[in-house]
Design a protein around this ligand. Structure first.
Ligand code: NAD
Length: 499
């Protein structure tokens, strides 16, 4: 809710200011100008939002499945009608190009569609006569209040990975979006209200560590779904589990795309450029390490270089291919890796600082950068840069490529490009990564599967959305039941009443 440049919280079905006077600046990354100030909640503000969610949980958990799915269907329709509006809000604060922003809304929408089927998804099991005259059956029940804490890079999609399923399962939600691009979450809140969701079932508190810490320690918050960088994911996981909460904490990534010598190199070059530089590399599934099995590296690097020269970098509203980075400090941090790579001995094939920019001088720009002959000890390989920097690592064999990927501390996504089905099949089986693409560079699972990485890319054992999402947001209960036959019924039966 933009109240004269002030971006406020959303609690109990309406905009809400809380009592904290702390704010943070929100930028238009394409101009470098401040577009608003977002309120940063205090612990007291968080308590009030959680109280509102707790009150709403009493009746929402009892709302019929028919009622809950009707709200979900309506929300899905409203979101589908307003994809462009949500995308425009994302681009204004994040900077990604409009088509990318619309794409992320679409992927979030698919989770809302999945959640429309909640009556089916919550069906339990029933075993008649498990023992003589004894029936056993299972239920899945909501947890209560759940917290969702999301990163800047997908301000609509990541909340939508969790919120529709949490709500469909009968929980109430407090969302703490990234303070760097907070407005998309408020548009989602308006759509929920318009869809007929009762007040207090979905709440948004803006803030930073102070708000997060209060969510992690509040007794009434039963579960936490977190997405962000690995150090914060680990902190959230350890703190919230220590406080007795159920936690799924998705962290950072270093995604490898392996290219075997028999691959279609044009297809691989297109994929590497899209997956490396789309959304300015600020995707948790972006490809940042291109592992090329010799002897095709020279050819592939030449093709990628040629494609990079055709990329239009500029204002995301102006039909460009790539927008700015999220903040000036992040831009400078990413640019510092260009010097670090050169100092470590990598070949700087394309220097993003020299790329032509179609945008305002003060925007947070950095063009696409390509390094070749990168080795596993260099910081441009070991660190998650989270920007438009693609590193080529040359290896001699499939086994060397696999070994490199499996030795990396992260395990979010990976892809293999080849025309050899047997090699692809071996890779999908042997690679220690949660999401694998075969000739698909960004293998984000569709909504009826689940999203999640391995190793330092996920803390906890539950992936996001799909069946894992339904399990995460519910507790199972098993009932063992025996009903003694009343005299009356058995009398009726012996009296020859036909049943
Ligand atoms: P971030 O970790 O800085 O912030 C994520 C959330 O945590 C935000 O809401 C932020 O306000 C909060 N936060 C930040 N510092 C905190 C602290 N010290 N204590 C408590 N809360 C804190 O991440 P980001 O920069 O917003 O997002 C980019 C990161 O997210 C990248 O590392 C990216 O790989 C990762 N990411 C991962 C996935 C995935 O599915 N694995 C998806 C998207 C993004």
């Amino acid at each position: 809710m933009n109240h004269g440049g002030k971006i406020v919280h959303w609690v109990e079905g309406k905009p809400w200011e809380g009592s904290s006077e702390r704010t943070g600046p929100v930028f238009d990354p394409a101009t470098g100008e401040v577009s608003g100030d977002v309120l940063l909640a205090s612990a007291v503000d968080v308590d009030q939002a959680v109280d509102a969610a707790s009150r709403a949980a009493v009746s929402w958990r009892r709302a019929s499945l028919a009622k809950r799915s009707a709200v979900l269907f309506r929300f899905r329709e409203l979101l589908a009608e307003r994809v462009d509006e949500v995308a425009a809000v994302i681009t204004a604060e994040h900077g990604k190009v409009l088509s990318d922003a619309a794409g992320e809304v679409q992927r979030g929408l698919e989770v809302a569609e999945f959640a429309c089927g909640i009556p089916h998804l919550l069906k339990g099991g029933f075993s008649e006569n498990a023992s003589t005259n004894l029936d056993v059956y299972s239920l899945r029940q909501p947890l209560g209040v759940v917290a969702v804490i999301s990163p800047f890079n997908f301000p609509a999609m990541v909340p939508l990975w969790f919120v529709p399923i949490a709500i469909a399962c009968g929980n109430t939600v407090v969302l703490k979006p990234s303070e760097r691009d907070p407005s998309a979450s408020l548009l989602l809140a308006e759509l929920w209200a318009e869809a007929g969701l009762p007040d207090g079932v979905f709440n948004v508190v803006h803030g930073d560590k102070e708000a997060v810490d209060q969510l992690l320690r509040h007794d009434d918050v039963r579960a936490v779904s977190f997405v962000g960088s690995t150090p914060v994911a680990q902190y959230v996981y350890e703190t919230a589990t220590r406080n007795g909460k159920r936690v799924q904490a998705l962290g950072g990534a270093k995604n490898h795309m392996v290219v075997l010598p028999d691959a279609d190199l044009d297809l691989a070059a297109d994929a590497a450029v899209n997956a490396g530089f789309g959304s300015a590399g600020e995707r948790c599934m972006a490809v940042s390490a291109l592992v090329v099995v010799e002897p095709v590296a020279d050819q592939l690097v030449a093709k990628i270089r040629e494609r990079i020269s055709g990329l239009r970098v500029g204002d995301g509203r102006q039909a460009c291919d790539m927008g700015p980075l999220i903040t000036r400090s992040h831009r400078d941090r990413v640019a510092s890796y260009l010097d670090a790579g050169v100092a470590a001995g990598a070949d700087l094939v394309v220097d993003g600082r020299k790329h032509p920019i179609e945008g305002a001088a003060d925007g947070f720009w950095l063009g696409p950068t390509l390094f070749d002959r990168v080795t596993p000890d260099m910081s441009i390989y070991t660190d998650e840069i989270f920007g438009p920097v693609l590193s080529v690592l040359r290896v001699a064999s499939y086994d060397d490529a696999l070994d490199l990927v499996n030795r990396n501390r992260y395990g979010n996504g990976t892809a293999i490009f080849t025309n050899d089905g047997g090699a692809a099949r071996r890779y999908q089986s042997e690679v220690e990564v949660g999401m694998v693409g075969v000739n698909v560079p960004i293998p984000v699972p569709v909504a009826f599967y689940s999203f999640g990485g391995w190793k330092a890319s996920l803390f906890g054992d539950s992936h996001a959305y799909g069946a894992d999402g339904v399990h995460f947001f519910t507790r199972s209960k098993v009932v063992t039941s025996r009903w003694p036959e009343t005299g009356r019924a058995s009398q009726g039966a012996t009296n020859g009443v036909s049943l």
